[in-house]
Design a binder for this molecule. Structure first.
Ligand code: C5P
Length: 218
């Protein structure tokens, strides 16, 4: 694998709907980093499983990942609660994770030349994908706040779902993501904890920016 030298790598892990994606995008823009929401890759695989159950196999996933473009991950169909729940099931499979792993490594260590580095968010980024990241963050919020935020997002997308259903599926996903045997969600000792429960997006962004600027002397 090609590794670009002297790039800035930011690794973020978080439970579902904690605000990591929004923050990661803002940070990536601020520091001109190539951004990847790794959850979207698992969501895309889950979506394929739901849409083509008969064709679904390791080989099928392999081929899809080989031709995967970042713009494919922007598909709104990936945002549904059903796809999220299925993603937390397929992401427990070791062979699937291995296929996704190499895609993520290339992204993290070999971002396009016009970017100064990379920023990835997910569940195992800080200790599995970019263990040598210059900055690591664990972004969280209490479960009810997260459920409310996700509920509002889904409502904007005109999805038919109640707050209670969203809360239930986030709790289920948390349980699975934190307790699974392979690459569970965890906060590493070297990650900075950011609790977004009572902070605005701007306040969270500034908190992270202060940490980064303090170390890279901008
Ligand atoms: O981040 P998002 O909620 O879109 O992720 C969907 C699911 O994909 C998560 O609940 C988790 O099970 C899985 N995932 C993972 N590893 C990652 C990113 C997401 O297992 N790095």
């Amino acid at each position: 694998m090609i590794k670009r030298k002297n790039i800035l790598k930011i690794a973020i892990d978080s439970p579902a709907a904690a605000g990591a994606g929004t923050l990661a995008k803002a940070i990536s823009k601020q520091y001109n980093l190539f951004y990847l929401d790794t959850g979207k890759i698992y969501r895309m695989i889950a979506y394929l499983k739901l849409k083509f159950p008969k064709k679904f196999s390791q080989n099928f996933i392999k081929l899809k990942i080989k031709s995967l473009k970042v713009k494919d991950l922007a598909d709104k169909a990936l945002l549904s609660d059903e796809v999220g729940t299925e993603a937390s099931i397929i992401s427990k499979v070791k062979s699937t994770r291995m296929l996704v792993h190499s895609f993520q490594l290339n992204f993290a260590y070999n971002p396009p030349k016009n970017y100064k580095g990379s920023c990835l968010d997910g569940r195992d980024i800080t200790y599995n994908i970019i263990p040598d990241a210059e900055f690591k963050f664990f972004i969280t919020a209490n479960v009810k706040t997260r459920a409310l935020r996700r509920y509002k997002e889904l409502k904007k997308l005109k999805k038919k779902i109640s707050y209670e259903e969203v809360l239930k599926s986030i709790k289920k996903r948390d349980k699975s993501d934190y307790n699974r045997k392979i690459s569970p969600l965890k906060k590493t000792k070297d990650s900075v904890l950011i609790n977004t429960t009572n902070l605005s997006k701007r306040a969270c962004f500034l908190k992270i920016k202060k940490i980064i600027d303090g170390k890279i002397n901008i």
